[in-house]
Ligand binder design. Structure first.
Ligand code: HEC
Ligand code: HEC
Length: 287
């Protein structure tokens, strides 16, 4: 059953999952995210056009985490994701497929990927489909290297997207929602406000209406994706954007869309537009 997000029923089910006597706490007001004492990241920003009428300020999920978790992201030696970035860097130079090429054969150093993550997802070259970073990587593998596609949530893929995303660290998120992307964006927005599952909860119920509250042991953030790929301490591994979406939809006890599906790529575009102006943090650290 799908109900509009703003129907009265919503309140009851959200309250049922919020911790008993849920406390509201603003995101840490004075924390500044500076990585390696050098790279200053923007973690709070005035709302862009997508959220101008629903949010007063846009916050990175980093601001909602405990100080120990925040600290891990402030120094690359303490950031457990860096091991995986290194594996991605190795892969960048590894020849694979029938054409005898590596990524570096055509793109040279991985620094050439600077800025790429800020505009993902976006329409592909032929403007026929909305592609996430994973799709672009696989397109090069299958069409240009004669190599096999990587599974969306495989370690190879997540290592590579981590290494690529890191090249954009500190740059502002800015996706295009114009032209052919506009329909995808509308579709993503509809999903964001649709209540799914036995709990009948939309993304917006938790991440828009109740950001700041405690839900079970978690401090609810705005559910932004600027930190992805993310190292999750709970999983002791890197998590992709779509993997996180799957987890959140499952928490509403709903059937979820698949990683890489049209639905999740549309949702990714819409969520990215909600975080416009936040710095790319990938790779971030979350509980
Ligand atoms: C045979 C040459 C070749 C190889 C090998 C290759 N690519 Fe590409 N790649 C391209 C070309 C050409 C484009 C399209 C450039 C454009 O249109 O902006 C592209 C585009 C991309 C994009 C999208 C960039 C953007 O700004 O939209 C990504 C990401 C990417 N490649 C990653 C990789 C990765 C990762 C590998 C290795 C697994 C790889 N590529 C291997 C030639 C190659
Ligand atoms: C039942 C409440 C609930 C619903 C509904 C929900 N989430 Fe979440 N989500 C959470 C919790 C709890 C976390 C972990 C704490 C946090 O970062 O907010 C989380 C985390 C996230 C994160 C990671 C944020 C970060 O900075 O690491 C993203 C992205 C996200 N959610 C997106 C979504 C999307 C998109 C939807 C709709 C498909 C959704 N969520 C639905 C509860 C929810």
């Amino acid at each position: 059953m799908r109900l509009p997000y703003r129907s009265k029923l919503a309140a009851a089910s959200v309250l049922a999952v919020l911790a008993a006597g849920a406390a509201f706490a603003d995101p840490v007001p004075d924390a500044e995210l500076v990585v390696n004492e050098e790279i200053e990241l923007v973690t709070r920003v005035a709302p862009g056009p997508a959220v101008a009428d629903v949010l007063t300020e846009v916050y990175s999920g980093w601001l909602y985490r405990e100080s120990e978790t925040r600290a891990m992201q402030m120094d690359d030696f303490d950031n457990p994701a860096m091991v995986f970035v290194d594996q991605g860097l190795d892969m960048w130079d590894t020849v694979d497929g029938t054409e005898g090429k590596s990524c570096a054969s055509c793109h040279e150093g991985i620094e050439s990927m600077k800025g790429v993550r800020t505009s993902m997802p976006k329409m592909n070259g032929a403007a026929t489909d909305l592609w996430s970073l994973e799709n672009f990587v696989n397109d090069c593998r299958t069409e240009r290297m004669g190599a096999e596609a990587w599974k969306w949530n495989s370690n190879d893929m997540k290592n590579m997207t981590s290494a690529i995303s890191l090249q954009s660290r500190g740059e502002p998120m800015k996706v295009s929602v114009e032209g052919a992307a506009a329909d995808w964006w509308e579709r993503g927005k509809e999903i964001y406000y649709t209540r799914y599952g036995q709990l009948e909860l939309a993304c917006a119920n938790c991440h828009e209406a109740n950001a700041g509250y405690m839900i079970r042991a978690d401090h609810l953030s705005q559910g932004q994706i600027n930190g992805f790929p993310t190292y999750r301490l709970k999983d002791a591994g890197v998590v992709s954007i779509h993997q996180r979406f799957v987890g959140c939809v499952r928490d509403t006890r709903a059937e979820t869309f698949a990683a890489g599906s049209e639905e999740f790529r549309a949702l990714e575009l819409y969520v990215a537009s909600r975080g416009e102006g936040l710095s790319i943090e990938g790779v971030s650290v979350r509980p």
